[in-house]
Design a protein around this ligand. Structure first.
Ligand code: ATP
Ligand code: MG
Length: 737
């Protein structure tokens, strides 16, 4: 038994072996919170204090849940199946499937991911003839999810004005539609399972008795409803209820925009009368150059609970900083560095490329692809979100549940079958009249709509009949053929990659079976199909092609939470990008961005590379940004600039120059192919690139480029909030500052 505890420091040991009482472990990045939580589960089981079935553990991502299970299996010679380990959504799904009748759901209910939910809302507005300019679908989606996360059903929403009252009405209609179609969105998973237990006392008692230990990782990012959900399982902290063991770090709270509340930590302490608050201060992850940088950055935030992190690992490599001419340039540099790391023996899977926004991944992917470096993208355009995969899943969903109107609408005319908008309108009207799903309404129709739609329904029915009893991969294979999807993409010149993705879907079912391996489930292919579809909705993003290969990892900083890598590249460190422009103006927003930066930096064990570009294509436009203020917050002695550091324009009033690297020899030598570069011009009046200037109309700005000569000479100037402009030098009346 002692070997489990052998490699822990004193505080960790204390946390792992606490008696069954509520506890809060509050500690910085890399201090072993997740390790403590996992070890505690193993220790409780190994020392006979709890049965595996008595453990409920919540993690933040599917990836984290998988890792935890793998580690537990390695530590313990017991079957981990009885344990409930997963994400909030995954566990809520499990609960609702088990008690679907009590929850008022058919067993094979489908899960709507956020894109499906938006489509369902659009469809709803259309069917009700609601003006979507007045009620923008995305906004309505946000409203509905917000209400659900606050635990409010339509009748419980306080509406003081007409507009809100109308939105509540739409919320109610939306709920009715979901119920009719047997579909459940993400927020509903949580709320529905919460209400199920709240309402059903015997069931609640059953789970309250069953779970003796509830353990929560990344507790700082739970929202109100998730916290209430936990409290219900823990019998509100009463004697005899489960012991709650929560670990978290207020400096890593990065989901406030989604309703997460650090306040839950304080409430937990108070409401559960937590006496055990344990702090871990030794960081085991990073060398001290990296850790010191992280500490220095986060120190700029106010309202922190306050922590001290230290490491005995030594300074390690300096943090490398690179200023690129363009985003393409930056990506090429990153790829060159990766190649050199790999030449030196690094594993590609130990290298992560992190970025603030998904849109940044494309140019990185492009360079990696061109260099032939295998990579995986987490999040972003996920496998399960690709068009062809969604079409295929829609057919599969119709097999599992014909009343799923979202899926029906998605594929009824895909591939094209001559079913027009008018026909679908007739169908939609009839469905409302009969109060049935689209599928079930078809037999009521006559005339041409009845005929063409009847053919589609027959197709779906053939599909269900012909695939009954087939193993899942064969079932999917069959559906791809009968539906016409394969033929459709074969005929498409650009369809090769999509066909490969469809084949990858078959591989995904095979992997899924291998992981499930439950004999009972195998006997019921259609129930298994529903499980697979739930898995697809929940895991979108975790499942990328070429799993298991040694590949570089690409992801947003948000999805990197809790993970660690030997080498981390953080690109796009520019004002407006990171910190993100939407957050710069509010203190809260800026502090959240800084926490995100703290998360990013603390993912690295040995090497950290920070980079930014003078110009970047984003959303179809070239943008010129100043380098991020977060770079300035890192003490100079921890960094090594690979390009000569250029003075940085101060916020608001430009005092130095931005970049100034356009004509620098270092930028010119770092790569060959690059974006068209402005030709150097002789600038009069002591103007130069990087010079701060003032303009009567646009205010203060910085010269970023120049072009042409004589009377044609033009300057490109970044005026900050007023935008980036090209001005004719002869008439611009610029004042050097
Ligand atoms: P984060 O806040 O980023 O989620 P964390 O606090 O959960 O970090 P862990 O991921 O649990 O930290 O641990 C960080 C690294 O340190 C892991 O590689 C872990 O195995 C290692 N580690 C933790 N404690 C010890 C220890 N006592 N001895 C050696 N290594 C340790
Ligand atoms: Mg962790």
């Amino acid at each position: 038994m002692s070997n489990l505890l052998a490699n822990l420091n004193t505080e960790q040991l204390q946390a792992v072996s606490l008696p069954p009482q509520h506890a809060l472990i509050l500690a910085g990045a890399g201090s072993g919170k997740t390790r403590v939580l996992t070890t505690r589960i193993a220790w409780l089981i190994q020392s006979g204090q709890v049965d595996p079935a008595g453990v409920l553990a919540v993690t933040f991502t599917n990836k984290a849940a998988k890792e935890m299970l793998a580690r537990l299996s390695a530590m313990l010679p017991v079957n981990t199946r009885g344990m409930w380990i997963g994400t909030f959504h995954g566990l809520a799904n499990r609960l609702l499937r088990t008690h679907h009748r009590d929850a008022g759901l058919p067993q094979l209910f489908q899960i709507l991911d956020s894109g499906d939910q938006l489509a369902a809302i659009k469809r709803l507005l259309k069917s009700l003839n609601v003006d979507d300019e007045k009620f923008p679908p995305r906004e309505l989606q946000h409203f509905i999810n917000g209400q659900k996360e606050a635990g409010h059903r339509p009748h419980a929403v306080e509406a003081w004005d007409d507009y809100t009252r109308q939105r509540v009405q739409l919320y109610q209609e939306y709920e009715a539609q979901c119920q009719r179609e047997s579909v459940v969105d993400f927020a509903e998973l949580l709320l529905r399972s919460y209400e199920l237990l709240e309402r059903n006392e015997p069931l609640r008692r059953h789970y309250q008795r069953r779970f003796r230990h509830i353990l929560v990782d990344e507790f700082q990012d739970t929202n109100r409803l998730q916290y209430r959900w936990l409290k219900l399982f823990a019998d509100e902290g009463r004697e005899g209820g489960a012991a709650m063991f929560c670990v978290g770090d207020d400096d890593q709270s990065i989901y406030r925009f989604r309703g997460a509340e650090v306040g839950n930590m304080r409430d937990f302490e108070r409401e559960f009368g937590v006496h055990n608050v344990i702090r871990l201060e030794q960081n085991y992850r990073s060398h001290s150059n990296i850790l010191d940088a992280a500490n220095a950055i986060i120190r700029h935030n106010s309202n922190r609970l306050g922590k001290n992190l230290w490491t005995d690992q030594g300074a390690g490599e300096p943090i490398r900083v690179f200023e690129a001419f363009s985003d393409g340039d930056e990506a090429r540099w990153i790829v060159e560095e990766i190649q050199s790391l790999v030449r030196d023996g690094a594993l590609r899977s130990e290298v992560a490329l992190l970025y603030r926004s998904n849109a940044q991944s494309r140019v990185l992917e492009h360079q990696l692809f061109s260099a032939g470096i295998p990579y995986r993208v987490y999040g972003g355009l996920r496998f399960f979100e690709r068009q062809e995969i969604k079409h295929a899943l829609a057919y599969l969903r119709l097999i599992a549940n014909p009343d799923d109107d979202t899926s029906f609408a998605r594929v009824v005319n895909f591939p094209a079958r001559g079913i027009g908008a008018r026909t679908l309108e007739v169908l939609g009207d009839a469905a409302r009249t009969y109060g049935t799903s689209l599928y079930a309404t078809v037999p009521h129709l006559s005339g041409k709509p009845g005929t063409v739609l009847g053919q589609f329904v027959r197709l779906a029915e053939d599909m269900r009949r012909d695939t009954a009893g087939l193993p899942l991969p064969e079932l999917v294979d069959h559906v791809l053929d009968i539906s016409g999807l394969r033929a459709h993409y074969k005929a498409d010149k650009e369809g090769r990659e999509r066909l490969e993705n469809l084949d990858e879907l078959i591989n995904a079912t095979a992997n899924f079976l291998a992981e499930t391996g439950d004999a009972e489930a195998l006997a019921q292919p259609h129930a298994l199909l529903a499980d697979f579809l739930a898995h697809a909705s929940l895991e979108a993003g975790d499942h990328q092609a070429d799993q298991g290969a040694d590949a570089v990892q690409l992801m947003t900083v948000h999805s990197a939470k809790g993970l660690e890598f030997n080498a981390v590249f953080l690109s796009g460190l520019e004002e407006g990008l990171f910190p993100h422009e939407n957050s710069i103006l509010e203190t809260d927003g800026l502090e959240e961005e800084r926490r995100l930066m703290y998360v990013a930096v603390t993912r690295a064990r040995e090497r950290l590379y920070l980079s930014f570009a003078q110009s970047r294509m984003l959303h179809g436009q070239t943008r010129y940004n100043l380098r991020s203020r977060f770079l300035e917050e890192i003490p100079a002695e921890l960094t090594k600039w690979l390009t000569p550091p250029s003075p940085r324009a101060a916020q608001g009033g430009a005092t130095g120059g931005v970049g100034g690297g356009y004509f620098k020899p270092s930028a010119a030598s770092s790569s060959q192919a690059r974006a068209p570069r402005p030709t150097a011009v002789a600038l009069p009046n002591g103007l130069r690139i990087g010079q701060a200037v003032s303009h009567a109309k646009f205010g203060q700005g910085v010269i970023v480029a120049a072009e042409g000569s004589g009377t044609d000479a033009k300057l490109q100037i970044n005026f900050g909030p007023a935008g980036v402009k090209w001005l004719l030098l002869a008439v611009a009346k610029l004042e050097p500052l």
